[in-house]
Design a binder for this molecule. Sequence first.
Ligand code: ADP
Length: 619
Amino acid sequence: MMGSALDPGLVLDALSVIAWTALPDGRVDFVNRKWSEYTGHDLAASSGSQWQGAVSADDLPELVERRRAIFAAGEPGGIAARLRRFDGAQRWFDIQISPIRDASGEIVRWFFLCIDIEDRKRDEITLAESERHLNETINALPALIWSARPDGTGEFYNQYYLDYLGRTLSQVRDYEWTKAVHPDDLPGLLAAWSEIMASRMPGAAEARMQRYDGQYRWFLFRTSPLRDQDGNVVKWYGINIDIDDRKRAEEELRRSEAFLAEGQALARMGNFTWDADTDEIAWSEQIYHIFDFEPGTPVSLERIAERSHPEDMGFIAQFIEQGRRGESDIECQHRLLMPDQSVKHLHLIAHRATDRPDRNEYRGTTLDISQRRSSEEALDRARAELSHVARVMSLGALTASIAHEVNQPLAGIVTNASTCLRMLAAEPPNIEGAQETARRTIRDGNRAADVIARLRTLFTKRSATIEPVDLAHTARDIIALMQSDLDRARVVMRMEFAEGLPFAGCDRVQVQQVIMNLLRNAADAMSTVNDRPRRVTVKTEAGSNETVRLSVRDSGIGFDPQDAQRLFDAFYTTRRDGMGIGLAISRSIIESQNGRLWAELPADGPGAIFSFSLPVYGA
Ligand code: ADP
């Protein structure tokens, strides 16, 4: 069966897309139903050039121009334009324009087909917008962001990158950015970059880059590859972070830590923290060194106890006890017994941390005072030896000068006496000669006596400078000077100085010697006393007849009352290593300054009292 010829208008009406036809001169001669539905205009309202009213005013000039070009070329073509809907809304359409020719090839009509591309167009716009937004974000990010091609040449740099370095894109693209890298860091950075590229894995490196103001700052370069489906790197993304401040702070910290460690080593000092509740202990490196423990190994009270000197465990126990009680400042001195049997002296000081009141935590310092100790001991020994030498020397010098002065007359006496004997034994005896030599013997004898007398006056009436002397002040000086001796002898000092006492008129240095001697004797007299405190009381007071008095009372073994005078005799001593001249010299010194020195036994309790009185200055 044969069908009837189809009306092309019916076909176009059935299309769900907008379509129309125009005569070769452009006048519209047909619109399909979809056009009418969309624009709300029928053919009558669209014919000729009225259809243009349905095109967005913004797109019309371009559409008209494009149509003219297509018509002129006689070839199909297309253009995108917005068409206004009946309700005023506008949508994008892709308008395809094609010529319809007759059998002879003549163009008889132009066919317009419009495909709605609004949704696609909108997607494109959103994409472009989000791309723009991303770009803005990347450019505004306060970080140096870049991308590079697979061969490592720079491709993209965000605005911040360019601003920060103060360079234009052409000054950083490809490998130009290397000119901003510090010359010292460039070889290392390039090597790292090659390595990262070869690994095709994310990587990082550090180098200095020159900022817009010329200052080089440290940057951390981080990069990750973007790969395609086959795993090939198509791009490198990178970010450079300014770590200069951090680096500087790290450097500063490292330096100050080094300073601290060095200072601690020099001072033989270490720091520690101790939680007195949990016994958690943290040590600085130097304490490990002092204890000779492997640095960083855990520290416990047991380990400390093991290394401590057995005799000093009590001090440590007391220190711990005070910490457990939460006392704010604790301190102790103790010794360490090292594996090689050597001994170290330590001084521990700790303070309860106030910034963590909920915890009983102490922060403290351990000082290795071994060196100080041994030099103190050496100093003490030297001082003791010195004063002993001084005692021996004064005696030795005295003996030598006596011997020297007396020897000559004595030699003379011996020579004269033997000459005298020889003359008397002669036949006949030379009486005259003998008388003469006997006279010379007497003369030499007198001369020897003179020497002794002169020495005595020299010894007892040594010329002294009389000056105003504050006895309390002088005593305090001497006690301070002898402090370590007195401490070692476990002497407890007490001072009772009368207020407003006048000055004594005497030679200060010589009186110092006397006080020192009395204190030393007092300490000696108590050296065997163990059942009572070894107490020494130094007292100053006013005496009768314009005198001032100083007395030294001890709690020692005392003396036999019968010996009260003999003590002052030269060479009288009851001590094994004594010389017995201390009191003799002291008395001669005091008497040479018109004073008095005496000994008595206390009315109450053991010991002895040695006192001297001196005239008030100017009396
Ligand atoms: P040395 O101390 O060398 O023996 P001194 O002349 O200083 O010489 O003392 C003589 C003696 O006097 C001592 O050996 C001691 O017997 C006695 N003596 C001195 N001071 C005291 C004192 N504080 N207590 C008891 N006896 C003392």
